[in-house]
Design a protein around this ligand. Structure first.
Ligand code: NI
Length: 186
C-alpha cells in the first residue's frame, strides 16, 4: 500500500514493481512450503523496495513473484520506531464486525487513491522467515494494510472494491502511464 499522502516519482528501486493492469497481478499466489535463504533475501529486498517507493506494504505478486509473501510496516515514521514485518502464507483467522474506511493507494497503481471499507480489526496468522507460526491482532492502518496485501495474494486489488466506472477510469490512467513510461525507457 501507499502511505495515505504523498508519493515519490520514479526512483530506482531494488525490485521493479508491476503496474496495473498486468495479468501477473490477477493470479492467485502459491503457498510457501518452508522458509529458505532465497526467501529471506526476497523478504529483505521487498522491504527495501517498499521503503524506497515509499510504501507501507508490498506483496510478492507486485514484484512478479507469485508466492504468498508480503512485507509491511505501517508505523508512523515520525512517531514510532520502524516495525518491518515479513509474513509468509498470511491468513485472516477472524475479522471484526466493526468496519473502518481508509483512503487506500497501491504501489502497483501509483498516485491513485480511493476510500475502501474493510473490517476494522483482524486476527492474522502467518509463518515468519524462521519458519515459526505467528499470530497477532491488528487494528487501525495495520488492519487495513494487512488485508490489502493479503488480497494481492488472491489476485485482488483495492480497485475491485470500487464502482466499475471509477475502476475503469483509474485503469485507463494506468494504461496511459505505462505507455508513457515505456516511451521514456525507449
Ligand atoms: Ni497494493
Amino acid at each position: 500500500m501507499h502511505p495515505p499522502l504523498g508519493f515519490a516519482k520514479s526512483v530506482p528501486m531494488k525490485l521493479p514493481i508491476l503496474i496495473h493492469p498486468d495479468p501477473r497481478l490477477k493470479k492467485v499466489a502459491a503457498e510457501i512450503v518452508d522458509s529458505s535463504d532465497e526467501l529471506r533475501q526476497l523478504g529483505k529486498d521487498m522491504l527495501e523496495t517498499m521503503y524506497m517507493a515509499p510504501g507501507i506494504g508490498l506483496a510478492g505478486p507486485q514484484v512478479a513473484v507469485s508466492k504468498r509473501i508480503i512485507a509491511l510496516d505501517c508505523q508512523k515514521a515520525d512517531e514510532e520506531p520502524a516495525r518491518p514485518l515479513i509474513m509468509l502464507n498470511p491468513k485472516v483467522l477472524s475479522s471484526s464486525e466493526e468496519l473502518n474506511t481508509y483512503e487506500e493507494g497501491c504501489l502497483s497503481i501509483p498516485d491513485q487513491y480511493a476510500d475502501v471499507t474493510r473490517p476494522a480489526e483482524v486476527d492474522v496468522e502467518w509463518m515468519d522467515l524462521d519458519g515459526t507460526l505467528q499470530r497477532e491482532g491488528f487494528d487501525g492502518l495495520w488492519a487495513t494494510c494487512v488485508q490489502h496485501e493479503i488480497d494481492h495474494l488472491e489476485g485482488k486489488l483495492f480497485l475491485d472494491y470500487l464502482k466499475p466506472l471509477k475502476r475503469q477510469m483509474i485503469t485507463r490512467k494506468m494504461i496511459k502511464l505505462k505507455k508513457e513510461r515505456a516511451r521514456d525507457e525507449a
